[in-house]
Design a protein around this ligand. Structure first.
Ligand code: ADP
Ligand code: MG
Length: 260
């Protein structure tokens, strides 16, 4: 919408300035809100790839959303923008009421740390570090004192069922155990949003179901969950499925779980 704010000149007489297109913040319950979000890659010459071409997505606090779509449709690009790991070419992103493009780098880093935990298909753990140290790392970046961060890393590993394996390195753990460590790392800062990009993609279906049960639990504790998957049985854990085609939201539906 276009609004003309009242501004004051030096004599304190009100005058109306045309500030152009002013942005209106989304309602407070909308924790993730994108408006006409684009991500384009310049491939040299005349070639350009639009990984996202105008995504409007509103996710409420404590929603459980699955994002589905064929390979190359833009799911990871969208997740990386939502997780503030990358910035859009065009469009607007509000994260918990903050206009992300207007944040300074240090503010963005702080808010991202506070609000978002990110889980990847390939776990992305530090190979040479123990499970405990992997989970401790975000707390080191956040400046938490050693005794407290050790205790919090331990508690978080226990909460994902990894209490017995804290000193193991990633190559001494199974895929499911690695993903639990990665989830503990994502949770250790107590973010309100958990983003997971194909978290079960490298796991067998039984282990995948265990990981999804863990996400269910986090949802029940009040977290907002967004999970990318191309498996229907994984998407059924969610309450809403957003279908992406060619960098756009094609359709959006409630799952059987939301209706029950
Ligand atoms: P998905 O996760 O749904 O498989 P991606 O978001 O990874 O899809 O990619 C969407 C599209 O953007 C694809 O066509 C992909 O090739 C392209 N793309 C992604 N990242 C880059 C990049 N860094 N440079 C150029 N093209 C990219
Ligand atoms: Mg992907």
């Amino acid at each position: 919408m276009k609004i003309k704010p009242t501004v004051y000149n030096q004599s304190m007489e009100p005058e109306t300035a045309d500030m152009g297109q002013e942005l209106q913040a989304p309602p407070p319950e909308c924790i993730i809100c994108t408006q006409d979000l684009w991500k384009s890659y310049d491939m040299g010459g005349e070639q350009q790839v639009d990984a996202l071409s105008g995504v409007d997505l509103a996710i409420q606090r404590n929603e459980y959303v699955a994002i589905m779509g064929p390979s190359g449709s833009g799911k990871s690009t969208l997740m990386n923008l939502i997780g503030c790991l990358d910035s859009p070419t065009r469009g607007v992103y509000w994260l918990n009421g903050h206009l992300v493009s207007a944040l300074a780098d240090d503010e963005l880093a702080r808010i991202r740390n506070q609000e978002i935990g990110f889980v990847f298909q390939t776990f992305n753990l530090l190979a040479r570090a123990s499970a405990l140290h992997n989970v401790e790392l975000p707390l080191i970046y956040a400046g938490v004192a050693p005794a407290e961060r050790l205790e919090r890393a331990r508690q978080t590993l226990i909460s994902v069922g990894m209490g017995e394996r804290m000193s193991h390195k990633p190559n001494e753990l199974s895929g499911g155990q690695r993903q639990r460590v990665a989830i503990a790392r994502a949770l250790v800062n107590r973010p309100s949003i958990l983003l997971a990009d194909e978290p079960t993609g490298n796991l067998d279906s039984k282990t995948g179901n265990e990981i999804m049960a863990l996400l269910d639990n986090l949802h029940a504790q009040g977290n907002t969950i967004v999970v990318v998957t191309h498996e229907h049985d994984v998407a059924e854990y969610a309450h809403r499925v957003v279908h992406i085609r060619d960098g756009k939201v094609a359709w959006d539906e409630k799952t059987a779980r939301a209706k029950s």
